[in-house]
Design a protein around this ligand. Structure first.
Ligand code: 2M8
Ligand code: MG
Ligand code: MG
Length: 280
């Protein structure tokens, strides 16, 4: 069993960023020798301590699919190197970091051009201070600094009284080989193919290493759709089922009305116990 999970408002509480309420399901997953792969908009330096605290040795996906981080103790270390395909190995300090797209500098330059071209004021993290990010997110100043330490993607806000149509912005991004996707509080500009592409590489690597695996995905926002659509058991947290209205996966979708770790806990415990029943 491999669980791919978004963090903010999915495994983590929207306001306190705590995962304490999901402890029972995380423990059950460990007892079942399951794997846990966090898949987030967050940066490597934000995710590293969290990954360690969660106590799984699996890789994790940073910045909306911009990079795959493989810890030294991960059994996927060998397998992922060629599965990630065109990905480049950008760092091998504590962990191997595979980049799946353009550099942060290119993305930030792209945001400025898109803003000029569309005439819509777009404010990215690179133009904000740590204090700005603290105000907007409730993160501590130190965590806001980590959220701004970006390598692959740029979170931004649309600074207009009336929210403009997304299409011109999306078209201007596409022209530059970039994509925009909506996260929780922010939009994200990225030079890669999103969470889905990263998860797809990882599913191939897990399958190669372990044979058949059952994949579970949990998320709450539009940027999670691309990976929820390619797992065996997609779980959407929150009252946003319409996100799946055009999706082929809508039939197997499990939807829980609330977001956050309590719902995560309930969903994963339910799936694990169904799996156990099936084995008996
Ligand atoms: C940003 O991401 C969230 C997740 O969906 C959002 O768009 O609201 C990212 O900048 C991330 O790095 C940061 O930790 C998070 C904090 O709320 O916001
Ligand atoms: Mg989320
Ligand atoms: Mg996220």
């Amino acid at each position: 069993i491999v669980v791919f999970t978004d963090l903010d408002s999915t495994l983590l509480d929207t306001n306190t960023y705590s995962w304490a309420a999901a402890r029972a399901a995380l423990d059950a997953l460990k007892r079942a020798h399951g794997h846990l792969v966090p898949v987030s908009s967050k940066t490597l330096v934000e995710m590293e301590p969290l990954h360690e605290a969660l106590g799984f040795t699996d890789p994790y996906v940073v910045e909306n699919g911009g990079g795959i981080v493989v810890p030294p103790e991960s059994r996927l270390k060998e397998t992922i190197s060629f599965i990630a395909g065109s990905a480049g190995l950008v760092s091998e300090q504590r962990a191997s970091v595979w980049a799946l797209g353009k550099s942060y500098e290119e993305v930030v330059a792209g945001l400025r051009e898109i803003s000029e071209e569309t005439g819509v004021r777009l404010l990215g993290f690179s133009s904000m201070s740590d204090a700005d990010v603290t105000c907007l997110t409730g993160l501590s100043l130190n965590d806001a600094r980590k959220a701004r330490a970006r390598q692959f993607s740029e979170p931004f806000l649309i600074i207009e009284d009336v929210l403009p149509e997304a299409e011109p912005m999306e078209a201007a991004a596409a022209k530059r080989g970039l994509t925009v996707v909506k996260g929780g509080r922010f939009w994200h500009l990225m030079g890669h193919n999103g969470k889905g592409a990263a998860v797809s590489s990882l599913i191939r690597a897990y399958t190669q290493l372990f044979g058949q695996v059952l994949t579970i995905g949990l998320g709450d926002s539009p940027n999670d759709l691309s990976f929820l659509e390619i797992v065996d058991v997609p779980v959407l947290l929150g009252m946003n089922r319409r996100l799946f209205r055009h999706s082929e996966s809508s039939g197997k979708l499990r939807n829980y009305p609330r977001t956050g770790p309590e719902a995560w806990n309930q969903a994963v415990l339910e799936i694990l116990s169904e799996e156990q029943e099936e084995l008996q």
